[in-house]
Design a protein around this ligand. Sequence first.
Ligand code: GAR
Length: 207
Amino acid sequence: MLNIIVLVSGGGTNLQAIIDAVETGKISNTRISGVISNNKNAYALVRAQKHGIENLCISPKDFETRAQFNEKFLEAVDGMKPDLIVLAGFLVVIPPKMTERYRNRIINIHPSLIPSFCGTGYYGLKVHEAALLRGVKVVGATVHFVDEGTDTGPIILQKAVEVEPGDTPEILQRRVMEQAEWKILPRAIDLIANGKVKVEDGKTVIL
Ligand code: GAR
């Protein structure tokens, strides 16, 4: 059984997709052992409570230095004994010590087809604003392992989504979530839980 924890900052629709997939068996061999948010008002925490999942908030704002936050954050994560850490709309930079300790055991969902519209400054709605501004015709989402860079780790799954006439960033964001994110994030967890993802030379192989 794969013990996963999910790290969130906002609404938590990706967390909900994971919870639903575990409950319906679309993700097998997996238990959600905890949810951590950096934002005490995140609706994602309510979603965790509703499903009886242990949850807590730990925010950089409550610490004098980033180093102090990083230490307590790592302690909180370690305390939940995860086999896999899932970043589902988590907007805090992962401390290098955590990346090192959980090498190829942290995954992230990003709302673009990496390497487009990713890296520092590209998160949430900003990604979709940039895609519309550039006039691309195809967007999408990516699940990847987390390494020391921003959105640079080995890619696990990607799914493309069409841009349509009249799209606003909000409409496009919703379509990317519905057609890509809520599908590929649960799918990636299921693959990992069933031993089907290997990392070789910085790339993944799906078995
Ligand atoms: C999602 O679109 C996710 O891909 C994005 O934040 C949103 C969170 O929504 N993540 C990033 O931009 C990370 N760089 P949710 O809280 O409803 O799951």
